[in-house]
Design a binder for this molecule. Structure first.
Ligand SMILES: [Zn+2]
Ligand SMILES: [Zn+2]
Length: 680
């Protein structure tokens, strides 16, 4: 550079768009502007009239060959100094590369809405209650040993799996490790799955950490999220942040420990929109950026995590005994086919279950009835002609919902797009039959339980009854306070909750989950059933579990009865190897969508043919999903399976090049293609 040419300073800015690449702007010439920093927010012009909020990715001098004449100027700086730290920026860049999305998409996931807009941001009170501070409970012998082993394992590897059966007291171990981390002047991130973030856990941690605990929840308002974000950025407000997956994006300082509780939980994976990240994977990267230690905790490890532990990639520490010497609950199998044949059924409840329920209720105990509606949709059918009402926008049958008030008709609702119509009293197809409910959802079970036990206080917990803010917490509190005798619910009731009076847990159709076209179906069924069983018999109440099933000989149930995770794992890992699934292969899913079926099919074939040439047998055939049309868009899928030994980064590069090429071709124009790296 010569002294005569004054170099122009420019910034590359991340804008919240799903577009690749960065956007370059000129810095205002004014000398008064303070030094611009990476991570600082800027308001820049976009298009003809729009102004958008962006984040500075780089500050540099314009290159000789750069056409600075066409660049526009940064309009304003909402504040001095960066709002995104260097470590966050590093994490954003890694996520964009790994999950094949734009930095703008990461920015959208990472910053609370209010920080992506230019509004006067008022400081609000943090949604914190003031609790009386206590210290953690003393650890028992098993927990003390676990803590020692975790420290030893961390000497060898930064990531440790704590494999502890339900009720083994993992939370106490976490609290102990968190306190030690804080004593060393470092911060703790405590991750939980969406649904597990209940008042039960928050209250427990609040008692130990008091005002030093920050809670980050997706149900908080945007302003509340912004306040927490700024508190974390300031660095001196919290020692521990308890949060759901999005709390990985907070601007931490001096992070020393990341706890990923219930690491197997599928709600750690973001499905839509991009970035379709898995919180466990991102947590490991965040830990590596901070040289922090990571603890993955669960009673039922994911097959991938347990494999990594057995391979020595992660440390492995086990807790095989339940807290306070409790026994694991006894699991009884009930053969549904035989019960139906012998007419020993009351609706969907077998007679032995009804008898057992009556006994428990008379003894003043509580009962949990579990019905996993997923993959077992409710629908109505005409008994005369077999007509099933379907959604007009999606290829799926409609689900019947009972009227919200007396006298109103039932409604048929699409669970994909929300389309709804009044339930017909006469079949619109043949005009003769009266459509009947063939379904077997939670609503139906609740109704049956009310008929069988008119004296009992019965409630239902599923996505329909927990829409309202705090509805979930209220139900849990009422059940914990024994204001409810029978709780009917979906998997919501399985997550890490403690109810002292529950002596019986029943799963009404335990094999429903096994018949999913998904290589994780067995693993998930085991995890869910073991977790739901773990709700029985805590705090000195003997626990029983009844699994009703039409597939009584399935070996999975034998493993469950013995609480033999290792046996389930041994079977699954063999299948994964034989059929080329994780952890031996890594999967990239591609979804193509278009309004016109013929256009979509042409596009899928074009992409498929290209990928076959490059990736060979690693590319699947074109897949028509079970629900082939949603919201009037037809859907096709393709998957790539990449050997774990091959370079994942290289494969993604090659895929990206192919996608770029194919998107420019005639048949693919107008086709929406989304990518899902490591789909679940
Ligand atoms: Zn009909
Ligand atoms: Zn629909």
């Amino acid at each position: 550079m010569t002294a005569t040419t004054k170099q122009l300073r420019v910034v590359d800015v991340i804008l919240p768009l799903a577009v690749e690449g960065s956007f370059t702007y000129l810095l205002p010439a004014s000398e008064k502007e303070p030094e611009v920093q990476v991570g600082q927010r800027v308001v820049v012009p976009l298009g003809k009239k729009k102004e958008v909020m962006g984040v500075v990715e780089t500050v540099r001098e314009a290159r000789e060959d750069e056409e600075v004449g066409v660049l526009r100027e940064v309009l304003r700086f909402p504040e001095e100094g960066p709002l995104v730290t260097a470590e966050q920026m590093q994490l954003w860049q890694w996520i964009a590369r790994y999950y094949m999305c734009s930095l703008g998409e990461v920015m959208r996931a990472a910053l609370p809405n209010s920080l992506r807009q230019e509004k006067e941001s008022r400081r609000r009170k943090t949604p914190d209650g003031i609790g009386e501070k206590q210290t953690a409970n003393a650890l028992n012998e098993e927990q003390t040993r676990a803590v020692e082993e975790i420290y030893q394992a961390w000497e060898k590897t930064p990531t440790v799996l704590l494999f502890g059966v339900t009720s083994s007291g993992k939370t106490e171990v976490y609290i102990h490790l968190a306190e030690e981390t804080i004593r060393k002047g470092k911060k703790v991130l405590y991750l939980v799955p969406e649904i597990a973030l209940t008042t039960q856990l928050t209250d427990r941690l609040r008692r130990v950490f008091g005002e030093r605990l920050g809670v980050y929840h997706s149900r908080f308002t945007d302003r509340e999220r912004e306040t927490i974000y700024k508190n974390v950025l300031a660095g001196d407000r919290y020692d521990v942040v308890l949060g759901v997956r999005s709390s990985l994006f907070l601007p931490f300082r001096d992070l020393g420990l990341i706890i990923v509780d219930e690491e197997h939980d599928t709600s750690y994976k973001q499905q839509d929109p991009a970035p379709r990240y898995h919180a466990r994977t991102v947590a490991l990267m965040l830990g590596s950026i901070w040289s922090a230690r990571t603890l993955l905790g669960t009673a039922t490890p994911s097959v991938e995590t347990y494999y990594n532990a057995l391979q020595g990639k992660y440390g492995l520490v086990e807790m095989k005994r339940r807290y306070a010497g409790l026994d694991l609950p006894a699991i009884h199998l009930l053969d549904l086919q035989r019960a139906y044949k012998q007419k020993k059924m009351e609706g969907h409840l077998s007679l032995p279950l009804v008898v057992h329920m009556r006994e428990q209720l008379e003894a003043g105990k509580q009962v949990l009835l579990f019905q996993n509606r997923r993959g077992y949709n409710s629908f109505i059918e005409c008994p005369e002609c077999g007509y099933v009402p379907k959604c007009v926008n999606c290829d799926i049958s409609l689900t019947e919902h009972k009227p919200v008030a007396e006298g109103l008709p039932s409604r048929l609702v699409c669970h994909y797009c929300g389309y709804s119509i009044p339930a017909p009293s006469v079949c619109p197809e043949c005009g003769k039959g009266e459509p009947v409910d063939r379904g077997f959802g939670t609503e139906k079970i609740e109704e049956e339980a009310k008929t069988l036990f008119p004296e009992a206080r019965i409630a239902r917990m599923d996505t329909d009854t927990t829409h309202a803010k705090d509805a979930h917490e209220k139900l849990i509190r009422r059940f914990a306070d024994h204001e409810i005798d029978i709780l009917v619910g979906t998997q919501m009731i399985t997550k890490g909750l403690h109810f002292k009076d529950v002596s019986l847990v029943a799963v009404l159709k335990a094999d429903a989950m096994l018949n999913q076209p998904d290589f994780r179906a067995q693993e998930r069924a085991y995890q869910m059933l073991e977790q739901v069983s773990g709700r029985a018999g805590r705090a000195g109440t003997e626990g029983h579990v009844i699994l009703q099933t039409s597939d009584i000989d399935n070996p999975l149930f034998k493993h469950l009865q013995r609480h033999d995770y290792e046996a389930m794992y041994a079977e699954q890992i063999e299948e994964r190897k034989a059929f080329r699934y994780p952890p031996f292969y890594r999967i990239i899913g591609m979804t193509l969508r278009h309004r016109e079926q013929s256009r979509l099919e042409a596009a899928s074939r074009t992409l498929h043919d290209r990928l076959k040439q490059v990736f060979g047998t690693r590319c699947s055939e074109v897949i028509v999903p079970a629900v082939g049309r949603v919201q009037n868009l037809y859907i096709r899928q393709l998957t790539l399976k990449i050997e774990a030994s091959a370079s994942y980064a290289k494969a993604k590069e090659m895929l990206e090049a192919e996608l770029r090429y194919v998107k420019g071709l005639g048949p693919c124009k107008g086709t929406l293609i989304t990518l899902d790296v490591d789909p679940m």
